[in-house]
Design a protein around this ligand. Structure first.
Ligand SMILES: *Cc1c(COP(=O)(O)O)cnc(C)c1O
Length: 396
């Protein structure tokens, strides 16, 4: 934010304008527009007194640099948070958020639709340290009240689920969790704060895999955890205790990606909606799981709570052999097959939630594909998929 602008004036700006000015003070950088990459472990103190009093603005590399301050303050401004910390991956952000509010003997509630590696962290690491996890149906809503125990310390939500796309009622879950004095965590990677302002909606700790839309270019790994007043001190203390700071070059690239993040998101939103409707009309497609389309569980909640949709959604094909699906996917010219999403290039992967769900059944009725729409012309993408469907029919 510019020196000349007060916080109140900044808060009144529209999202697009905020993204241009957030986390930037050219006058601290000799007039250069961007905050550069500060690398460093040691930070020198001018006097012994300053060293002992730790009165310098910067003390040591793990405790923050102008580069990390720029990204963290920008993200806090965008997410409406008291504070933000950046770590080396989205998964590390999930783990850090959990570790900041749990201790041995606690009970944790986690959505059954959670990003699979987060489940692995709960089943392995947290269990070993004496935290018990209960999974809940993502569509549980008010019903979550029955799952609280006297020692329930946190609820982990993710809306929508990043493969199966159920949209949770986060405000209702947050209200009930707070009545039990539990911390509300949300993995908000899909919507980003632009389409779902997490802290306004009752979330205490919000996670963004910066690897996805913040990067936007599939060239870095980054995680952000933002906190409201209630959870900030515990988050910062846990982060400092582990010193799991993100690398300076990745943070710099994330700041660069942030300036165009909303433009990319809006393009990807538009193209993904176009593609979702096109796919819905295809004879090979049974269902389209896109929060903005009525087939998606929680579509009504999405309409109530979200300001937009991003470029990731799933489809269910009518029953067909795995060989036919492979014939479709293997020879796609534009869509790549690979994990992650949020970059400029389109991706497609098959998935099957039934192998790891524990309290809900995943019976979609046919093979499931997850699609990330990038920045290509959507007509080119349709031609690619159309040829894929021809191969699917020929092989099926
Ligand atoms: C990708 C992803 C993560 C993890 O991010 P990485 O940087 O790949 O570790 C976490 N949550 C969701 C919903 C994701 O899609």
């Amino acid at each position: 934010m510019k020196d000349k602008m007060t916080q109140a004036a900044f808060n009144r700006l529209k999202d697009r304008t905020k993204l241009v000015y957030a986390g930037r003070d050219p006058w601290e950088q000799h007039g250069f527009v961007n905050t550069p990459i500060y690398r460093g472990s040691t930070v020198l103190a001018p006097t012994m007194e300053a060293l002992l009093a730790r009165s310098n603005r910067y003390i040591y590399g793990t405790l923050g640099t102008p580069t990390s301050d720029a990204l963290e303050s920008a993200w806090s401004a965008i997410a409406g948070a008291k504070g933000t910390v950046c770590v080396g991956s989205g998964l590390a952000a999930c783990s850090l958020a959990l570790l900041s509010c749990l201790k041995a003997g606690d009970h944790l509630l986690v959505t059954d639709s959670v990003y699979r590696p987060t489940r692995h962290f709960c089943e392995g690491f947290l269990k070993r340290f004496g935290v018990e996890t209960t999974y809940f149906d993502p569509m549980i809503g008010e019903g979550i009240a029955a799952l609280f125990k006297p020692n329930t310390a946190a609820v982990f939500t993710e809306a929508p689920g990043s493969q199966s796309f159920e949209v949770q009622d986060v405000p209702t879950i947050a209200r009930i969790a707070h009545a039990h004095n539990a911390t509300v965590i949300m993995d908000n990677t899909w919507a980003t704060p632009f389409f779902f302002p997490p802290h306004e909606m009752g979330v205490d700790l919000a996670i963004e895999a910066g690897t996805k839309y913040l990067s936007g270019h599939s060239d870095l790994l980054l995680g952000l955890v933002s906190a409201n007043e209630r959870s900030w001190t515990a988050l910062r203390d846990t982060y400092d205790a582990m010193a799991i700071c993100a690398g300076p070059e990745d943070m710099f690239l994330a700041l660069r990606g942030m300036r165009s993040m909303l433009l990319r998101l809006k393009e990807q939103e538009k193209a993904a909606l176009d593609m979702a409707h096109w796919l819905k009309a295809r004879p090979e497609v049974l269902k389209v799981l896109h929060p903005a389309l009525p087939d998606c569980p929680g579509h009504e909640i999405w309409k109530r709570d979200f300001k937009g949709s991003s470029g990731l959604f799933s489809i269910i094909l009518k029953p067909v052999s795995q060989k036919a699906v492979a014939a479709m996917l293997d020879d796609l010219a534009l869509f790549g097959m690979g994990y992650s999403w949020g970059g400029f290039e389109s991706l497609i992967i098959p998935f099957d939630c039934s192998t790891y769900r524990s309290v809900t059944k995943w019976e979609p009725g046919g093979p499931a594909l997850r699609i990330q729409i990038g920045l290509e012309d959507v007509e080119d993408l349709k031609i690619d998929l159309d040829a894929g469907f021809s191969r699917l029919r020929a092989a099926g």
